[in-house]
Design a protein around this ligand. Structure first.
Ligand SMILES: [Zn+2]
Length: 512
């Protein structure tokens, strides 16, 4: 247990208001009815000064004062009793236990995960988690899903390699995505905050994973790759079998967390991209979900909306523990060139910024003819095609920067580069993580990172560079026969005034 409660954003975590108690009881009665049990795994809430996880066949109530968990009450089966980080790993174990029931599933760091969520002022009153089986057929027909607290949905891969990294291969250990930023800061030799060795960021929930670093070396450059939604069991298995040779190369020259790095709750994209880069849980950095309801302004927030005003959430002081500024602070291995380079070299302009500036960053009209594209999936799948184009653009930019030139701007060698790939998420959602399309997405993405590795080599910087490969959450194959909504239709039919955001964040006393 880390001291997340001690470092929370607000003096008081969010809990159900007195005037909404009866409404909460009425909603819980519906959500926990056995008829919804196949899709509602559990409901999380905080009321009367304690946290609760409630399911159809049991519940637990606990406090976490000063970071110390105290279970106050258990009734029936405690839904989060199993918090093992090694469940359903490696791939064979996951395939042998697909879409496990709650009684066999595990929920890593569940107490921490619940505490951090309700630290956010915009936390939902009720957080409804879907079961491992649940198929969102009515939301778009995905066979792969994530977002929940179960281990396969939370588990991302995490590989570190190169300068400053211990060479241990795949180790049977787990980490958390909030550990990524502090570990990168340590790898780069950044200065810790105050005298606290291990704290590099102003609101840091993660820790430096010293166990995978080589303390005798620090990296001059760090290049991070994010394979969105990549199931780590699939990724590691393909690396081992030779189907992802560049990922295999990184593992061979470094260390991979065999049991993965757990995403924060909700285990969704934008919340966890922010966690990776800030070292803070979603409830602490403020990018709470892909969408949520802000009680203060009585407005819906859609994190990734291109509409003016919405992107302030990603640039405001609500996410104060940004990685880059602290990382540029002079550290023990600082070089005289670092501060002069930092404005351009640590923050290359991402393609999204070109869009926000109203520029077209040279989008290829289609994926046809682009390198590293699996044509047989580009034709039938719009998402595969679009993601292939986007990821190609990411590579053009990353390679261009290492070669010194991209879109009429010159670049020095970056001290820190982060390259995000979306294809793995698109493919693993569409056909599931164990599909041929998923495997093709890993092969294509592997080839793309090979381009960046080659560019770093061309630049003569390979031996001074550490590489990080991570994802923002896991991906679980669900059961297409297990359909339906998370109870929101039943709540509406019962006439309850409840707003549902981003599928399962319920706000009481608010019109939908
Ligand atoms: Zn994602």
């Amino acid at each position: 247990m880390t001291d997340v409660a001690a470092r929370r954003l607000d003096p008081q975590p969010h809990e159900i208001a007195d005037e909404h108690r009866a409404l909460a009881d009425a909603a819980l009665e519906i959500l926990l009815d056995s008829s919804l049990e196949p899709i509602v795994d559990m409901v999380l809430t905080r009321r009367d000064g304690a946290y609760e996880a409630l399911s159809a066949d049991g519940r637990v109530r606990f406090t976490a004062d000063s970071g110390v968990v105290a279970v106050l009450e258990e009734e029936g089966a405690n839904p989060i009793a199993n918090q093992a980080t090694d469940a359903f790993s490696p791939l064979e174990a996951e395939l042998a236990h697909q879409h496990p029931h709650r009684s066999e599933n595990s929920y890593p760091n569940a107490y921490d995960q619940i505490v951090q969520l309700f630290d956010a002022p915009a936390a939902p009153d009720l957080c409804v988690l879907h079961s491992a089986r649940h198929n969102w057929e009515d939301q778009g027909g995905h066979i792969g899903e994530h977002g929940s607290l179960g281990v396969v949905q939370a588990r991302a891969p995490w590989v570190l390699a190169g300068k400053g990294v211990a060479n241990l291969g795949v180790v049977p250990r787990a980490a958390r995505l909030v550990d990524v930023a502090p570990t990168i800061a340590a790898l780069l030799g950044c200065a810790p905050v105050a005298a606290d060795n291990g704290r590099y960021l102003s609101r840091q929930d993660g820790v430096v994973r010293d166990d995978v670093l080589d303390p005798s070396e620090r990296a001059r450059h760090v290049v991070g790759f994010l394979f969105d939604g990549a199931n780590p069991n699939v990724l590691y298995s393909m690396a081992a079998s030779g189907e992802a040779p560049n990922v295999a190369r990184l593992i061979e020259m470094g260390t991979a967390f065999g049991h993965g790095a757990m995403a924060g709750l909700p285990t969704v994209t934008l919340a966890n991209h922010t966690s990776i880069i800030t070292g803070a849980y979603p409830g602490h950095h403020g990018i709470l979900n892909n969408a949520w309801y802000d009680r203060a302004t009585q407005q819906q927030v859609i994190t990734n909306s291109p509409l003016p005003g919405t992107s302030r959430w990603t640039t405001s002081t609500r996410a104060p523990t940004r990685f880059t500024p602290q990382c540029c602070a002079p550290g023990p291995t600082s070089s005289p060139h670092r501060s002069t380079n930092r404005a351009t070299s640590t923050r290359p302009t991402p393609p999204s910024v070109f869009f926000r500036r109203g520029e077209n960053p040279g989008i290829p009209p289609s994926a046809d003819g682009l390198p590293h594209v699996t044509e047989r999936f580009v034709r039938p799948s719009k998402d595969y095609s679009w993601s292939s184009v986007v990821d190609h653009m990411a590579i053009e930019q990353a390679v261009g920067i290492w070669d010194g030139h991209y879109r009429d701007e010159s670049y020095p060698h970056p001290r820190f580069m982060w390259v995000n790939f979306t294809l793995t998420d698109a493919a693993m959602h569409e056909c599931g993580p164990h599909s041929e399309m998923a495997a093709a997405s890993v092969r294509d993405s592997d080839a793309r990172i090979g381009e960046v590795l080659a560019a770093v080599e061309r630049a003569g910087a390979f031996d001074d560079t550490a590489f990080v490969l991570v994802a923002d959450h896991g991906m679980e194959e669900n059961d297409p026969s297990c359909q339906g909504r998370l109870g929101t239709v039943s709540l509406r039919n019962a006439g309850l005034q409840i707003r549902d955001e981003a599928y399962g964040f319920l706000y009481l006393g608010v019109d939908s």
